[in-house]
Design a binder for this molecule. Structure first.
Ligand SMILES: *Cc1c(COP(=O)(O)O)cnc(C)c1O
Length: 387
């Protein structure tokens, strides 16, 4: 009890903190479910676009989604481990993925090639599959030249009792720009793929092409189901619909100093103060997901006002020009949020960094503390299924 240390009076959390607003996820899900013509699959890959896969999944299922989608089997198994029992589709796997466990845990699988089909049929059990056609991106899915043969092989496997072909899926490459002619070609390719599957004797009841952008802009893509990820967390790639961002990143000021005009700041002295001011130190950097390339453009919110990030974004920290009045150690800095209090949005950070919102929200570092704000009166989906 020396009395030497004067404890500042913090106004917020004492560490960098990511807050996920599940109420926003719930409202976004309802908006998307209203727009989708058919079922809604909540895509919770990449840890629910960085928002927490299980939290986003539970919230979406309680507010209009009926199924879940992920890329890898590991992501699918994590949902099962959490007690979620709705249909889960995994669509991006190597041919030697653990298909027997997928079958045992009732995970549906996308089949993009004959090699995948062969590997799947070697696994015991009758796996439910969605044949995946490349709708024109030259990315994942079967090429048109291979499609008919894949459908025939899948039909034979179905007759042998090795698989059940429950779906046909595709993905559009240009849906963020509804005017792009690539969309019409994708729709046509998908309709053709479904016809070829039917001609092969398959009866896929789930036919799904649309992700968030197409769900919001083009009913001709809706078929029987939409697969939406970005929209759940408030990102609309088509920029046509007001969705609610669900992430807020805050951090406390850990140091404040008064400096003279002309003070060089940070690595390389890229920035010099233009007048006498206060510099505040914020303990988040590019290891926590702030894009270093946004140095020189980025802003944050302190005491209700926008303040520029001064100098280069470091791995662990950034310096903020607090202006002549300054601020106190312990005060909360908002790096980004939904924008309702004037704080920068993820969309602004994405623009400063020359990237898309998806990259920001999936890139928040592991050492940032996470907390969720619950949906008011969230109905439990586990009650509908798991024990
Ligand atoms: C990521 C992904 C989605 C979800 O896309 P959003 O634009 O985030 O809604 C849908 N389908 C596939 C195949 C995907 O990879």
């Amino acid at each position: 009890m020396t009395g030497l240390a004067v404890a500042p009076r913090p106004t917020g959390a004492s560490t960098p903190q990511l807050t996920v607003d599940l109420g926003a996820v719930a409202r976004n899900t309802r908006t998307l479910a209203e727009r989708a013509g058919g079922e809604l699959m909540a895509v919770v890959k990449a840890d629910g676009f960085g928002h927490g896969a299980v939290d986003v999944a539970r919230t979406a299922l309680a507010h209009g989604a009926t199924r879940l989608g992920v890329t890898s089997l590991a992501e699918a198994f994590a949902l099962r481990d959490a007690g979620l029992v709705v249909p889960v589709l995994s669509w991006l796997n190597p041919v030697d993925a653990d298909f027997p466990t997928a079958a045992a845990r009732d995970v549906e699988l996308a089949v993009p090639s004959a090699a995948h089909l062969a590997a799947l049929t070697a696994a015991p059990g009758r796996i439910r599959v969605h044949l995946h056609v490349d709708a024109g991106m030259a990315r994942d899915g079967a090429e048109p030249g291979e499609w008919a043969a894949l459908c025939r092989a899948a039909r034979r496997a179905e007759q042998r009792g090795q698989v059940e072909v429950v779906g046909v899926m595709g993905h559009l490459g240009c849906a963020d720009d509804p005017a792009d002619a690539c969309n019409a070609r994708g729709r046509t390719r998908f309709a053709w793929a479904v016809e070829v599957a039917r001609a092969a004797g398959l009866r896929p009841r789930d036919r799904h092409l649309a992700a968030t952008a197409a769900t919001l802009t083009d009913p001709r893509t809706h078929h029987t189901m939409s697969r939406v990820g970005a929209g759940l967390v408030g990102i609309d790639p088509s920029r046509t619909t007001a969705l609610e961002p669900a992430m807020t990143l805050t951090a406390p000021l850990v140091q404040v100093r008064r400096v003279r005009a002309g003070t060089p700041v940070g690595y390389g002295h890229d920035h010099r103060t233009t007048g006498a001011t206060h510099l505040g130190l914020v303990p988040v950097g590019y290891a926590d997901g702030l894009p270093r390339v946004a140095s020189g453009r980025a802003e944050v919110l302190v005491r209700g006002a926008r303040r520029p990030v001064a100098g280069r974004i470091s791995m662990d920290q950034v310096v903020v020009d607090l202006g002549p009045e300054g601020a106190e150690v312990g005060e909360t800095v908002t790096l980004f949020g939904p924008g309702r209090s004037g704080e920068p949005t993820v969309a602004e950070w994405a623009a400063w960094a020359g990237t898309i919102e998806h990259e920001l929200v999936t890139g928040i570092g592991a050492r940032v503390a996470r907390r969720t704000r619950a949906v008011p009166h969230l109905r439990s989906v586990d009650a509908a299924g798991s024990s």
